[in-house]
Design a protein around this ligand. Structure first.
Ligand code: GDP
Ligand code: CA
Length: 310
């Protein structure tokens, strides 16, 4: 089965790992580039790298991002030179950022670079970029506009979010590879990623929603909320601050018209009617992915939903 996953970072990578573990699944992952930013002259692509490192099984499992067995000597040197930043980048990680930046400066397509990097890391799933153009999330807080990494890493998501903007998105063009992965999929899955800053900047690239609508594939989303809370990250506080429902029904409201079915946790069974009212079909499962077995089991259930739509 050809499965195409729309994914952010950590939540997206967990779903990707589960799907990649299924022998009968040919997986393409369309990742998020709107968290990308430049540090020390290098182009850093946190969500794409989380996908690559997770699928290559070199991810730091405690953090959920970055490479395992990492050191920070390059950052020490930068700090000594007065060029340190709040963005923690490890030595192994720096190697990838140097390589990516060098190839971008030569004018290579970012999506070709991402594909080659994934292959070099031994990843068999296709990692695709939704666009080769620059799209960057900006966050308006009471302290003004911040870049996404300033909000997420430097400010640790503490300020309330007043507004989100995706710089460059109106002019961005989707990659032919992403469009082909959507058109050719038997099943399209929206990962349990942050709906506002991981999935929205992907869906809102001109052409992506139309491609999803045109595709006859079964489309299913997995909720990042369990019992009204997120497993990790700021999605709940962000949604509440923007006046949206911060629970699985709020996720259904966002994805109605894009996916038919929302996989929610057993603990959220009571939200079923609210989810149906937004036009989505709720399906209960154990959606917390603690280990490999959890990931593969949830992925199997999601794929089976696509094969036998209820
Ligand atoms: P980021 O880019 O690293 O912030 O990651 P994503 O946007 O891909 O994912 C963040 C979301 O993943 C959060 O809202 C979490 O609630 C969700 N998440 C993390 N682990 C799990 C899990 O095991 N199960 C589910 N259902 N959601 C998860
Ligand atoms: Ca992210």
């Amino acid at each position: 089965h050809k499965v195409t996953l729309l994914a952010g970072g950590v939540g997206g990578a967990k779903m990707a790992e589960g799907l990649a573990a299924l022998p009968d699944v040919e997986l393409s992952v369309i990742g998020n580039v709107a968290d990308d930013d430049e540090f020390h002259g290098l182009w850093v692509s946190p969500d794409i790298d989380t996908l690559t490192y997770s699928l290559a099984d070199v991810i730091d499992r405690n953090q959920g991002w970055g490479v395992a067995d990492e050191s920070h000597r390059a950052l020490d040197t930068l700090t000594k030179l007065g060029a340190g930043t709040w963005m923690s980048l490890g030595d192994r990680d720096f190697g990838l950022h140097i390589h990516r930046t060098m190839r971008r400066l030569k004018g290579e397509r970012p999506s070709v670079i991402a594909r080659d990097v994934a292959r070099a890391f031994g990843v068999t799933a296709e990692i695709l970029l939704p666009t080769d153009d620059r799209v960057q999330t900006r966050v308006r807080t009471d302290a003004g506009w911040l870049s996404f990494q300033e909000y997420f890493v430097r400010e640790r998501c503490a300020p309330d979010v007043r507004e989100l903007a995706f710089d460059g998105i109106e002019q961005a063009r989707p990659t032919p590879e992403a469009l082909a992965a959507i058109a050719g999929a038997d099943l399209i899955v929206i990962a349990p990623s942050n709906p506002l800053v991981s999935i929205a900047p992907l869906l809102e690239i001109p052409g992506i929603k139309a491609a999803l609508r045109a595709s006859s594939a079964f489309k299913v989303a997995v909720s990042p909320f369990i019992a009204g809370k997120v497993v990790k990250g700021p999605a709940d506080r962000m949604m509440a601050a923007l006046g949206l429902r911060a629970d699985a029904a709020g996720v259904a409201e966002r994805y109605a018209g894009i996916a038919q079915t929302l996989v929610i946790d057993h603990q959220d069974e009571g939200l079923g009617d609210d989810i149906r009212a937004f036009g989505m079909t709720p399906i209960c499962a154990h959606i917390l992915m603690r280990d490999k077995a959890d990931k593969a089991r949830l992925a199997r259930e999601v794929v089976e939903l696509g094969l036998a739509p209820t």
